[in-house]
Design a protein around this ligand. Structure first.
Ligand SMILES: Nc1ncnc2c1ncn2[C@@H]1O[C@H](COP(=O)(O)OP(=O)(O)OP(=O)(O)O)[C@@H](O)[C@H]1O
Ligand SMILES: [Mg+2]
Length: 419
């Protein structure tokens, strides 16, 4: 089987040397020169961007020498392997270069065979070493992205947005999405998807231990392919589901799904805070009414005190209307932050979608409201922005949410809540 050519970056300040190396390597189909750098800094930038397999690195170069560049590439572009090009009498530098992370060297002048052998052997050995250590450094655990949809007020569109966001996210091929209804007393995701669930999250909470088997058994698959963990069938069953259950369920779901979209009840409680703490993104939904804005302002303050950074919280205005006395720019001024997404009011479409049990993001993908949901999906998906998909971060300390929220309230309002 033909393997793909070894990608090479040449770093040398003499253009003629770079040209000669490029020519020598071009005779052999096993190599492909993908870039040239005239100094160490350029080599670092190109190594990060082009991800070559091998960097052929001269030692004496202006701006940043080859040894420093090797050190930076070893740490910041670890998938590239450095082979040093040195001249006679640079033994001391050579030792330093190897200590900086270079894997091999060639002493100029060298023959074509020496060049080809050194590159091939170094690459082969490195590939083998990486293949063995990769499973150790990157365990095969998937870490899905947790997105919560939250509001301080009821009826502002949390369930509508969560359901359609999950539908939108699930459109990409090879991407798995689960929608979790944590509005434990009066969750209506199942009804919105026109489904009567057999098992719910309450069945997980009844088990002695939360494991992947029971979680999987309680998910249903909607006709559209969306997987759903429904809320309990009766409000009195809500209290058996605790923050601890939620923590365990989310960590299991994050191992098997790319996105976990969570619909939350209004207001802050143990379950909501546990979910938001575990989340990578919190979508804070508000309407354009004054009380909603006041509550959103308090909520943003609390989230800030909980350590959620600006990027974790996405501010979403649902159904801004022309009749409202406030507009988006006034809201931004009051809340001192930008509104990430504004979702238009499309009553007819939303009602039809609820009646048919098919999210409008799927049935009417080009409607204005669906395009806004698409924007929200982009905002919660780091891959669409080329960011690193990173889990963890703000607000994941070990203190229980309830204790932390108490101290946050105490800090903000100057009093202490017991409990
Ligand atoms: N952008 C919109 N355009 C038109 N109607 C909407 C829009 N968003 C939500 N609605 C409607 O508003 C009502 C409340 O929406 P939804 O149930 O999603 O809110 P919620 O915040 O989940 O409410 P609750 O706090 O009761 O769980 C529903 O009738 C829904 O169809
Ligand atoms: Mg709801």
């Amino acid at each position: 089987m033909k393997t793909s050519p070894i990608k090479i970056l040449i770093a040398d300040d003499i253009a003629e040397t770079r040209e000669n190396l490029r020519k020598l390597l071009s005779f052999d189909g096993d190599f492909s020169v993908i870039g040239e750098a005239a100094n160490g800094l350029e080599a670092v930038t190109l190594a990060k961007r082009l991800k070559p397999d091998i960097v052929l690195m001269d030692i004496n170069m202006p701006i940043m020498d080859g040894i420093e560049a090797t050190r930076v590439i070893t740490v910041e572009a670890p998938m590239s392997t450095v082979v040093i090009l040195s001249v006679q009498g640079e033994q001391e530098y050579l030792r330093e270069a190897m200590a900086a992370g270079a894997r091999n060297y060639l002493v100029k002048p060298f023959s074509v065979d020496e060049l080809i052998n050194t590159i091939s052997k170094t690459h082969e050995l490195e590939s083998e070493r990486r293949a063995r250590i990769m499973p150790m450094v990157a365990p095969q655990r998937k870490l899905g992205r947790i997105v919560t949809v939250f509001s301080t007020k009821g009826g502002v569109g949390k369930t509508t947005i969560a359901t359609n966001l999950a539908a939108e996210l699930s459109k990409k091929a090879n991407r798995s999405v689960v929608l979790v209804d944590l509005d434990l007393q009066f969750g209506d995701i199942a009804i919105m998807l026109d489904t009567v669930p057999v098992r719910t999250i309450a069945d997980i909470a009844r088990e002695e231990e939360v494991d992947s088997e029971i979680v999987e058994a309680c998910l249903f698959t909607h006709d559209t392919g969306i997987r759903v963990l429904p809320s309990p069938l009766r409000p009195e069953q809500a209290e058996i589901v605790t923050g601890r259950h939620v923590e365990a369920i989310l960590s299991l779901l994050a191992e098997s799904f790319d996105f976990i979209v969570i619909d939350l009840p209004q207001g802050l409680g143990d379950v909501s805070l546990t979910a938001m703490d575990a989340a990578d993104v919190v979508c804070l939904i508000t309407s354009l009414e004054l009380p909603a804005i006041k509550n959103a302002s308090i909520c943003l303050e609390i989230m800030d005190a909980l350590g959620y950074d600006n990027d974790k919280v996405k501010l979403v205005v649902n159904r801004p209307s022309r009749e409202s006395s406030l507009d988006i720019s006034e809201v931004e001024k009051t809340l001192k932050r930008t509104v990430n997404i504004s979702i238009p009011n499309e009553g007819r479409l939303v009602t039809d979608s609820v009646n048919t049990g098919v999210p409008f993001a799927l049935s009417n993908p080009n409607a204005k409201i669906s395009l806004a949901v698409k924007d929200l999906a982009r905002a919660v998906d780091p891959q669409s922005k080329g960011e690193r998909a990173e889990r963890g971060g703000a607000g994941r300390e070990n203190a229980s949410p309830r204790r932390r929220i108490a101290s946050v309230f105490a800090g903000i309002f100057g009093f202490f809540i017991h409990g």
